[in-house]
Design a protein around this ligand. Structure first.
Ligand code: UN1
Length: 530
């Protein structure tokens, strides 16, 4: 659908001002690439530096704004997002391509995050600690880090930025945010709601542009200029490693939320209907474009054939199409052409590695469309739901994140092999097991190498106040959400307050109690112990 409405040009939001750039890019409707949603500026390195300097100038005042007052502002951000929930969700569906139901969930996750952190402003506890000296007090304080650079992906355009922005603001940091160039319109809308709530000029700044050779790289390079005290990133493991190196050489601790190839195990005693529904949603919900999507479904040998038959029957019924026009589709288009191309390439891995293709035929076109496809496939990049079997841990199909609608069925025999195979992947973000056996469920949650585990539920769908993050190739151990994220935006400051009026030397002047003469219990043992 081509429209005749005027296309609006947007600006960066830096230091309370609207700033344009010499070069621009456009945002498109993910389901109809001819539909342009807006024109956005591409920040130059000078503009990114300017944004960091604005954030640096604003830091002193913001860190001295009392935390309960900052919390109140977070509450106002939540209220603004809640008020605009339907419109924001509409933008998410158009720009990113997830269904409206999921888009509402994406926005709700940001509202939940605001609700959580609003009261955290009244609870940013430190500790009082006993001293070994008289008339001396010890206490700990959480201190903000300074200017935080935030770089986010396009698949959760509201929730994932909020996971970073909200706790960073609450704890007294100032921010420069570079949203994904797949979703600048949603990002702009979210940013305006954050500013509307009353965030002082310079505390929260937004720069637009591409990641590679653009605003994203410029922002990361500000670590080397000493203008950022932290970078927080959600995206691929390859980019995360590079950011981690730059952050490391500047002795800063980045937040890195990276890829996943998440295992979902179905044991022989599982409720198969529930497991098939869960596996279908985990693999194909959001078109597989969640870092928590299931990549390998591990099936216990006795139920392998039964599961496969039921799963394939359900896959053939999946409804796919433009979620703006069809409200019953399971998934829409690829977020961008790059994700489509790498998903398309994974078909060649299957051929090279010897995986057997059970279902799927690459890009959906007018000549090649699955039975559940609705509408015109040529308006964007849509992919067939794809299912492989005969996949083993040494294969690329098993190991690498694809970020698209594809899943591998992997045969295992018993809980020991299920765990061994589930842990054979280089990632460790999410995981799931379907079983009624409490011991198997217990062993899985005890031994699985992952940051998150579901028992009888999908690998996706973490709640907004649980620790989100992974192990191994999925990140550097930082966590988002809930109380755990606060560690990543503050440092602990230990304070000794000596009111004694004299120099008291810890460890040396401490009046440890002198022990009395030793008492030997053996003296009471009559007759003597053999
Ligand atoms: C992501 O894909 O980067 O747990 C985040 C989930 C969502 C968040 C996913 N709540 O699937």
């Amino acid at each position: 659908m081509t429209t005749t409405r005027t296309i609006r040009t947007f600006t960066h939001l830096i230091g309370g001002r609207e700033i344009s750039s010499p070069t621009t890019f456009v945002s498109r409707n993910a389901s109809d690439l001819a539909d342009v949603l807006g024109v956005f500026p591409q920040a130059t390195i000078e503009q990114v530096r300017g944004a960091c300097l604005a954030a640096k100038d604003a830091f002193h005042r913001w860190r001295h704004t009392p935390a309960p007052v900052r919390g109140d502002l977070i509450g106002k951000i939540g209220t603004a997002i809640e008020r605009e929930k339907e419109h924001l969700a509409y933008l998410v569906t158009r720009e990113m391509g997830k269904t409206l139901k999921e888009a509402r969930g994406d926005v709700q996750e940001a509202i939940d995050t605001c609700h959580f952190f609003q009261s955290e402003g009244r609870r940013l506890y430190g500790q009082t600690v006993p001293s070994e000296m008289p008339n001396k007090e010890l206490a700990t304080y959480r201190r903000p880090l300074g200017v935080v650079g935030i770089v986010t992906a396009g698949n959760f355009p509201v929730a994932v930025p909020a996971w970073k922005i909200i706790p960073a603001l609450l704890t007294g940091n100032t921010i420069v945010w570079k949203p994904s160039d797949d979703v600048p319109l949603t990002a702009y809308a979210l940013a305006r709601l954050i500013l509307e709530a009353g965030v002082p000029a310079g505390v929260f700044n937004v720069v637009f542009g591409p990641g590679r050779s653009g605003a994203g790289e410029h922002l990361v390079s500000m670590l080397d200029e000493g203008l950022l005290q932290k970078i927080a990133f959600t995206g691929s493991t390859a980019v995360g490693r590079k950011i981690g190196e730059i952050a490391g050489r500047n002795l800063t601790h980045p937040t890195l939320e990276l890829g996943g190839k998440n295992p979902l195990v179905v044991m022989r005693d599982a409720d198969l209907d529930n497991a098939v529904t869960g596996a279908l949603w985990a693999s194909f919900g959001t078109g597989g474009q969640r870092c928590t999507s299931a990549g390998n479904v591990l099936l216990d040998a006795p139920i392998y054939e039964a599961f496969r038959a039921r799963f394939l029957a359900r896959v053939a019924e999946i409804r796919i199409g433009d979620p703006n026009r069809y409200d019953d589709v399971l998934y829409g288009p690829f977020i961008n052409e790059r994700f489509f191309r790498s998903w398309e390439e994974h078909y060649t891995w299957g051929e090279t590695d010897g995986g057997a293709l059970l279902y799927g035929a690459g890009r959906i076109t007018t000549k090649s469309r699955p039975p559940g496809f609705c509408g015109d496939p040529d308006t964007a990049f849509f992919g067939w739901p794809t299912v492989w079997e005969g996949v083993r841990p040494e294969m690329r199909l098993f190991q690498e994140e694809v970020f698209g609608p594809t899943v591998n069925l992997v045969r295992v025999n018993g809980i020991d092999e299920a765990l061994e195979v589930a842990n054979a992947v280089e990632y460790g973000l999410s995981s799931a097991i379907y079983t009624q056996n409490r011991l198997w469920a217990h062993r899985f949650k005890d031994d699985i190498q992952a940051g998150m585990t579901s028992i009888n539920n999908s690998t996706t769908g973490a709640e907004a106040h649980m620790p989100f993050g992974g192990v191994k190739g999925s990140g550097n151990g930082t966590r988002e959400s809930g109380i755990w994220v606060i560690e990543n935006y503050t440092y602990w400051h230990g304070v000794n307050d000596d009111v004694s009026g004299v120099l008291q030397l810890a460890q040396m002047d401490t009046a440890y109690v002198a022990p009395g003469a030793p008492f030997h219990v053996a003296d009471l043992c009559v007759p003597e112990m053999p």
